[in-house]
Design a protein. Sequence first.
Length: 200
Amino acid sequence: MIEAVPEIPSLKQSVLETITSTVTEDAIVATNTSSISVSELARAVSRPERFVGMHFFNPVPVSKLVEIVRGDQTSDSTIARVAEWVSTIGKESITVRDAPGFATSRLGVAIGLEAIRMLEDGVASATDIDMGMTLGYGFPVGPLRLSDIVGLDVRLEIAEYLESQLGDRFAAPALLRRMVAEGNFGRKSGRGFYDWSAAS
């Protein structure tokens, strides 16, 4: 069972408590969090050795990676079963220890926040920043378009969490805060760094 509600610790804990009370004892319960401590969320489940992070990447149909996050009590057999399952759905996995932002969100959010700062500073347009990363670095989607797909509100929540854990280098740019305050969340609201109204 994979929990995939928004990046709000109390909401995730509540959902995980409900899940853990309904699944069989041999079930593996996973969280799709991209930044919140798996070990902290494990407090909401009855069998923490069968609890794991499974961070799927946006856009999910395109991305081949699932980041498996080992909590403090996650068993080796749980990691092995999850890695095997990830392979059966045609994706590849990496296994990382539970640390703020894990391996991928920590780097991905840092790039995304810097791309927003570059846009804010007038370095280049959103399209050109994204093209620089897709054509120059082989990213499947640029950091600003990806932020729109993930949701700027979600990006802000993750940045705030990482700032609380890792310091000012993850402070959200004023442009991101303003866009979220104005209700421009990206694809789900129809407008973010790009106009998504035609896709709605």
